[in-house]
Design a binder for this molecule. Structure first.
Ligand SMILES: C[S@@+](CC[C@H](N)C(=O)[O-])C[C@H]1O[C@@H](n2cnc3c(N)ncnc32)[C@H](O)[C@@H]1O
Length: 266
């Protein structure tokens, strides 16, 4: 559906207000990647020069307006052409990775303020997007990190964002990890991943299995999306921190005002 006048509408009304984003994920559960062959699919940090140039042209480096000014990110901002341009002119899948979502912001802030939670641990960031939460984990001393996102372009954005923050890029897995055998992780992170009911159900089941098999700790950042607040996972959560969102994030997220970090305790 291409009814939105541009990315400004996309940013103001994320997730189903205009239908574009929700559709992108729900239609197949796999990335809407326009080319059959994706050289950087899988784990790794291969940067296709053309795509790198595209990302650099159409994003702005920023550290303002979020809960974690210590992290620089390439994001879609009002100074970018596609903030204002018609969304259907964007040549790739919807750029979730170009927004630093409120759930991820809270989770990243929490890790930076409480490095003991990640120091020396193996960490998996599911639905990493721009990679900020995985970057926060790395800055806080995580031993091993895997960022996972089904969008291969997110994989490239994460690599660029690592470089921006003078970090050696960590591996990025661009397969659907929910379909793979479970590895052992000390800590699994999910920032703003409960925005679709089917995805929320799949994640809930996967996380329960993960905790049961490996005693993994799971932290979830969420700004109170209905698909999360109304989900049965609510009975298995302990609130660990709540943050007031910065004004720019509030404006871009249709009036959300806070974001919370939850400890999943099945
Ligand atoms: C709302 S964004 C959150 C990004 C980031 N965690 C943040 O808070 O800024 C959701 C991300 O999850 C990714 N995603 C959706 N379904 C996924 C799945 N099954 N496995 C991994 N990533 C997924 C999307 O591509 C998108 O980048």
């Amino acid at each position: 559906m291409a009814l939105c006048p541009g990315w400004r509408a996309f940013a103001l009304f994320p997730f189903n207000r205009c239908g574009v984003l929700g559709k992108a994920v729900r239609s197949t559960g796999l990335p809407l990647f326009p080319w059959g062959h994706c050289p950087w699919r899988g784990t790794g940090s291969f940067l296709d020069p053309e795509m790198k140039a595209f990302l650099e042209e159409h994003t702005e480096v920023t550290r303002s307006g979020s809960l974690t000014p210590e992290i620089q990110l390439r994001l879609l901002t009002p100074r970018c052409k596609f903030w204002w341009e018609r969304a259907d002119l964007w040549p790739h899948s919807d750029p979730y990775w170009a927004i630093y979502w409120p759930g991820g912001q809270a989770l990243s802030r929490y890790l930076l303020d409480n490095p003991d939670i990640v120091r020396g641990r193996s960490v998996l960031d599911i639905g990493s997007g721009c990679g900020a939460t995985a970057i926060a984990a790395k800055m806080s001393g995580a031993l091993r990190i895997l960022a996972n996102d089904i969008d291969p372009i997110a994989g490239m954005a994460i690599t660029l964002n690592c470089e921006l923050n003078r970090l050696n890029p960590f591996p990025v897995l661009t397969k659907n990890i929910l379909d793979l055998a479970q590895d052992k992780w000390d800590l699994v992170l999910l920032g703003d991943m409960f925005y679709d009911e089917d995805l929320a159900d799949s994640l809930h089941q996967w996380l329960k299995n993960c905790c049961q098999a490996h005693r993994t700790r799971v932290l979830i950042g969420d700004p109170g999306r209905p698909q999360f607040s109304g989900h049965s996972i609510q009975h298995q959560l302990l609130k660990v921190a709540e943050y007031s969102l910065p004004e720019p994030t509030r404006q871009e997220n249709n009036g959300l005002t806070t974001s919370t970090v939850w400890d999943f305790q099945p």
